[in-house]
Design a protein around this ligand. Structure first.
Ligand SMILES: *[C@@H]1O[C@H](CO)[C@@H](O)[C@H](O)[C@H]1NC(C)=O
Length: 512
């Protein structure tokens, strides 16, 4: 498979582990060794251990954690797990183009807040540099998501002008000039547009542009006018965004190679660094198809689709997302404690389906297994926690599931019974850009919320049929609009605490 050849860092792990054991020191050797040779041995052992750990991680990987940097500039640094890299990359490139404008708007909001601080209207901070920095990061997020879009570069340049006006205008103006240059290189008519915009004395809502911003506009305009006269736009690689050049597509992961660049004494210190990954977020996945009865996923998907279609007939003219909510509410979600009257709601599933009984056991086991595998023991076993299980059907009419977490649950799992190729992933959001404790229900439309840059690279999991993925219930996740001819069917489950306040504590505090 092509993916194998894209993984140059992948090394056979067995030989490495063997050398590691073989090079352990014997007691007599250690006694004779000088301090210097011992230190050298320790460094070598550490290096080998690191390589062995990396090789082990690669060996445990089933090959679907693709190497996205092979897939082109807009997605080369995307975090994703897919069995079909080119389809996933094509999908993500479109997603990224849709996401980019949000970050332009976010940067403008940062500017507005910074301006209020600078003007003393907002007294939270007299110095607007934090808002300026926040805005700059959001602009970089936009450019990172749509590096080939002249429009995004152009809009980013405009906001960069405003942001520059908050502090140190002269130093910052050059960045805006570089962005205009890049936009004009991608799309030459933008030059005229830029000059016209720089001339304006009022902004969109006919509010006056500040004197500071007028000053930046003038600085920028002076340079851009020269391009018009000479008829050529200078080629500028914006050096404040080095990651947007070749560097963003990290070709391999190289560990521990920096030390030689330091003087000897510093190198020793650097070499001695212990690495800890703080605040981990663990996502577990496995494909269940080969381990369960033939046709398991197909039969469950068929049952869910049939019910969903019947159910939908009762509600014509309803938004697909509202229908999904209604379908959720209709279901008897406490799957391992169903009463007779629950069974009557959906007898084909709840009463007659052997597959559903298996599904119930698998999901309960997976939710507990997720905790167990990541080192968590629930104080009272699984007493006090109950299974919640439901089917989610996305017929391909734009249905989606907005950003959310599962309050009150410890772990969450999803089993994919039907998918539409490498499209409509589940996105797990980097908690550094989307705090778990936040009200995501306030964001009604699909593009009302995006995680804050530079923590805007979601973990995209493109499921294949039979994939089971588990994650902590506090991890913000969403399913983007599903526009496909193929229906997507997932069974989602939570391990929900009966009145427990500390459901999130197990993995939030317990993982290290
Ligand atoms: C996980 O389950 C095994 C088997 O029941 C048990 O021995 C082990 O202690 C569990 N680990 C945790 C962290 O609960």
């Amino acid at each position: 498979m092509v993916l194998q050849t894209l993984r140059p860092w992948r090394r056979p792990w067995k030989p490495l582990l063997l050398t590691w054991f073989a090079s352990s020191l014997s007691a007599s050797e250690a006694a004779e060794a000088t301090r210097a040779t011992l230190e050298a041995r320790v460094a070598t052992l550490r290096e080998e251990l690191r390589a062995a750990e990396a090789a082990l991680a690669a060996a445990e990987d089933d090959g679907t954690s693709a190497a996205p940097w092979a897939a082109g500039p807009a997605v080369c640094n995307a975090r994703m797990r897919t069995a079909d890299l080119s389809a996933a990359a094509e999908y993500l490139e479109k997603q990224h183009a849709l996401r980019a404008p949000f970050y332009i708007k976010a940067a403008r909001r940062s500017f507005q807040k910074g301006l209020k601080q600078a003007q003393g209207i907002d007294k939270s901070n007299r110095d607007p540099f934090i808002k300026q920095h926040e805005g700059q990061l959001q602009l970089l997020g936009a450019l990172d998501l749509a590096p080939g879009s002249a429009e995004i570069w152009f809009e980013a340049a405009k906001v960069a002008v405003a942001l520059a006006s908050l502090t140190d205008a002269e130093g910052q103006a050059q960045h805006a000039v570089d962005m205009f240059a890049h936009a004009c290189t991608l799309d030459p008519p933008k030059l005229k547009e830029a000059l016209a915009w720089l001339d304006k004395k009022e902004s969109g809502k006919s509010s006056k542009i500040t004197q500071e911003e007028q000053f930046v506009r003038k600085l920028v305009r002076e340079q851009i006018e020269e391009w018009g006269e000479s008829g050529s736009v200078p080629v500028r690689h914006p050096d404040f965004l080095s990651t947007l050049k070749d560097g963003i597509c990290f070709p391999t992961r190289e560990y521990g190679k920096m030390a030689s660049a330091h003087p000897k004494d510093v190198a020793k210190i650097v070499d001695g660094f212990q690495v800890r990954n703080a605040f981990p977020t663990k996502i577990l996945s496995v494909n269940v198809r080969s381990r369960l009865p033939e046709g398991f996923t197909t039969r469950l998907a068929d049952l869910a689709v049939r019910k969903y279609e019947q159910f939908g007939k009762k509600y014509t003219d309803i938004d697909p997302n509202d229908l999904n909510d209604k379908f959720f509410s209709f279901q008897a979600t406490h799957a391992d404690r169903l009463s007779r009257s629950d069974e009557k709601k959906w007898p084909e599933m709840y009463r007659d389906s052997e597959d559903f009984k298996i599904l119930t056991r698998v999901m309960k086991g997976a939710l507990l297994g997720f905790l167990n595998k990541t080192g968590i023991t629930l104080p009272q076993g699984d007493q006090g926690y109950g299974l919640v299980l439901w089917a989610a059907v996305y017929p391909g009419n734009g249905g989606r599931h907005g950003y959310h977490v599962h309050q009150g649950s410890a772990s969450s799992c999803v089993l994919y019974a039907r998918v539409a190729g490498a499209s409509t992933p589940i996105s797990f959001i980097d908690p550094r850009g989307a705090p778990p404790v936040n009200d995501y229900e306030q964001y009604e439309k699909e593009r009302d919320f995006e995680p804050q840059a530079p923590f805007h690279h979601n973990e995209y999991f493109f499921p294949t049929e039979g994939d089971l993925v588990c994650f902590p219930s506090w991890l913000v996740h969403n399913v983007p609009s599903h526009w496909e001819t193929e229906t997507r069917v997932a069974f989602a489950a939570n391990l929900q605490g009966d009145g427990a306040w500390d459901s999130w504590f197990h993995t939030a505090v317990g993982w290290s």
